[in-house]
Design a protein around this ligand. Structure first.
Ligand SMILES: Cc1cc2nc3c(=O)[nH]c(=O)nc-3n(C[C@H](O)[C@H](O)[C@H](O)COP(=O)(O)OP(=O)(O)OC[C@H]3O[C@@H](n4cnc5c(N)ncnc54)[C@H](O)[C@@H]3O)c2cc1C
Length: 468
C-alpha cells in the first residue's frame, strides 16, 4: 500500500506529490489524462503572483503583503478567507526557491504581459515547462506516476479516505490528496449552473474551455454527494472573451484578443453593450467573457481601425479585415447598415483629447449609451479589423472547504487523512473575481501543505523544508 495517493496531474497535484515524497512518504500520482496531455490547466499558465518586499531576481520594485491582500480583497469583494489568503500571500514570497530545486526556471516578463512585471514571476517556457520539470523531479525522487487513470469514486469511512476507484480497480493508501481541478470541462454541469436565458438559449452551450478537457469535476461532485463541506457558487468562474475560432478545449492563451479597449465591441445585432474603456485592460479582461455570455447567441465582435495595431499584443490569429465598414460587417455576418449606424453614432460621440493608452486618458464619448470612458477615438481609418469573440472559461470556483492544513471538511470537522489543493479548493481564497497569477500561488501553497499533511497523516515526518 502507498503512503500517499495524489489524484490529479497539474501543479497542485505535483506540488503535493513532491512534498509528500520529500517528507519520506511513498507516493502514487494518478493523472486522468494520457501522458501527452498531462498537466491540466497548469500546462497553460505563464506566471505566479508573488509577494516581495524589495526587488528579487525576476521581480522589480516591491509588492508587499498588504498590497497583495488589498488586491485580493478588492477583486473578490470580500469573498475570501483572510487567514488562508494571507497564508498564500506569505508562501508566495518564499516558494520560488523550492520550485527552482525541482527544475522550474523563471524569466523576466516580456512586453504585452498585462502589466504584471512587478507582481508576477514568469516561468521560463511557460506552464508546460513547469509541469514537465515537476514530473521529471517526481520521477527522479521515486514518485510512481500513472496516466490514463481517471478516478471515478472514493471509498470513505467516517470522514477518512480508504480507497479510490478507477473503474473496477480499487487503490488503497494511508492518505489522499485531491487535486483534480474544477468542473469547467463538464458541459452538462456548466449548462445546469448557467441555466436557460430569457430567449430560451442555454448560454453554456456556446462556451469554449480555455484549458484541459479532463477537468470534469467527477470527484468534486462525488465529494459533494458524500457530504463534504463546499465553498463558492457553481456559476462563478474566471471567464474571458476569446477568439471565437478557438477550439472547444485547450486553446490556451494564444486565443486571447486584447484590443477591446482600443475600439468598440458589438453584439450579433451590431449594437454596443458595455463601456470598452472602463479601466485598464488587465483589470477588465476577465469581465468580458460574462458580458459576451449575456449577449444573444453568446457572441461579440471586437472592432478596431488602423490606428489600434501597435498599442496591444497582436493576436496570434489575424482578424477579418476590410477597407470599408460595410465590407467588415459582411465578413462578420452583421447587418451592414445597422453596423455603420452604430459606428457612426460612436464616432460622432467621441470627444478626442490626448490619446494615451498607458493612462486613463481624456478621450471619451458624450451623449452615447453605453458610454466609452477612455481611449475613445473615431473608427474612421481603414483598414478596419474585426474579431468574433466567445466566452472562454478558464476555471470554475466551486470547491471544497479547507482549513490551513488543506483538510477536507465534513460538517465542519476536518478529515485526518483526506486533503485537497488547487482549483478544487481555490474558492476558499478566491470566491469571486480574479487577479492574474493567483491560481498558481494558491495551488503551489496548498499543494505543498496538502502533501506535507498527507505524509504526516501516513506517519511520515518532514525531512526537507518544502514551499509552505
Ligand atoms: C489558458 C489558461 C491560462 C492560465 N494562466 C495562468 C497563469 O498564468 N497564472 C495562474 O496563476 N493561473 C493561470 N491559469 C489558472 C491555472 O491554470 C489554475 O489556477 C491552476 O493550474 C490550477 O492547478 P490545479 O493543479 O488545481 O488544476 P489543473 O492544472 O487543471 O490540474 C487538474 C488535473 O486533474 C486531472 N484530473 C481531473 N479529474 C481527474 C480524475 N477524476 N482523476 C484523476 N485525475 C483527474 C486533470 O487531468 C489535471 O491533470 C490559467 C488557466 C488557463 C486555462
Amino acid at each position: 500500500m502507498f503512503d500517499v495517493l495524489v489524484i490529479g496531474g497539474g501543479n497542485a497535484a505535483l506540488c503535493a506529490a513532491l512534498t509528500a515524497r520529500e517528507a519520506g512518504a511513498s507516493v502514487l500520482l494518478l493523472e486522468a489524462a494520457p501522458k501527452a496531455w498531462r498537466g491540466g490547466n497548469s500546462a497553460h499558465t505563464r506566471n505566479l503572483r508573488c509577494m516581495h518586499d524589495g526587488p528579487q531576481d525576476v521581480l522589480v520594485d516591491s509588492y508587499p503583503e498588504e498590497e497583495f491582500w488589498q488586491d485580493l480583497l478588492r477583486v473578490t469583494q470580500g469573498q475570501t478567507n483572510e487567514a488562508l489568503a494571507r497564508l498564500v500571500i506569505r508562501t508566495s514570497s518564499t516558494c520560488r526557491d523550492w520550485m527552482r530545486r525541482h527544475g522550474v526556471h523563471f524569466q523576466p516578463p516580456l512586453s504585452g504581459a498585462l502589466h504584471v512585471a512587478r507582481t508576477n514571476a514568469f516561468f521560463m517556457g511557460g506552464g508546460k515547462a513547469l509541469v514537465n520539470a515537476y514530473y521529471r523531479s517526481a520521477e527522479n525522487l521515486g514518485v510512481q506516476i500513472r496516466y490514463d487513470t481517471p478516478i471515478d469514486a472514493l471509498e470513505l469511512r467516517d470522514g477518512r479516505f480508504v480507497a479510490a476507484h478507477a473503474g473496477k480497480e480499487r487503490i488503497t493508501a494511508r492518505s489522499c490528496v485531491l487535486a483534480c481541478g474544477g468542473f469547467e470541462s463538464n458541459r452538462e454541469w456548466l449548462r445546469e449552473a448557467w441555466g436557460q436565458n430569457a430567449a430560451g438559449e442555454w448560454p453554456a452551450d456556446n462556451f469554449l474551455i480555455r484549458g484541459t478537457r479532463f477537468n470534469q469535476g467527477v470527484l468534486l461532485k462525488f465529494m459533494m454527494d458524500a457530504g463534504a463541506d463546499t465553498i463558492g457558487e457553481p456559476s462563478q468562474s474566471h471567464c474571458v472573451a476569446i477568439d471565437a475560432r478557438a477550439p472547444r478545449y485547450d486553446g490556451g492563451i494564444c486565443t486571447r484578443v486584447d484590443c477591446v479597449s482600443l475600439g468598440i465591441v458589438v453584439n450579433r445585432d451590431a449594437e454596443r453593450f458595455y463601456d470598452e474603456g472602463e479601466d485598464f485592460w488587465p483589470k477588465r479582461y476577465a469581465i468580458w467573457g460574462r458580458l459576451v455570455a449575456q449577449q444573444p447567441g453568446q457572441i461579440g465582435f471586437s472592432i478596431i481601425d488602423a490606428k489600434a495595431p501597435g498599442h496591444f499584443m497582436p493576436p496570434v490569429f489575424p482578424g477579418v479585415q476590410s477597407q470599408t465598414l460595410a465590407g467588415l460587417a459582411q465578413q462578420l455576418g452583421l447587418d451592414a447598415s445597422r453596423f455603420e449606424q452604430t459606428v457612426n453614432d460612436y464616432n460622432r460621440a467621441c470627444r478626442s483629447g490626448h490619446f494615451n493608452h498607458a493612462i486613463l486618458d481624456d478621450c471619451h464619448t458624450e451623449g452615447l449609451s453605453p458610454v466609452k470612458s477612455h481611449w475613445a477615438r473615431p473608427i474612421d481609418t481603414p483598414p478596419f479589423y474585426g474579431y468574433a469573440l466567445r466566452p472562454g472559461i478558464t476555471f470554475t470556483y466551486l470547491g471544497l472547504k479547507v482549513n490551513e492544513h488543506a483538510a477536507v471538511h465534513f460538517n465542519g470537522q476536518p478529515s485526518d487523512n483526506l486533503f485537497v489543493a488547487g482549483e478544487m479548493m481555490a474558492g476558499n481564497v478566491l470566491g469571486k473575481g480574479y487577479t492574474a497569477g493567483v491560481g498558481m500561488s494558491i495551488g503551489t501553497t496548498f499543494g505543498c501543505i496538502a502533501g506535507r499533511e498527507a505524509a504526516k497523516a501516513a506517519g511520515k515526518r518532514e525531512e526537507n523544508h518544502a514551499a509552505a
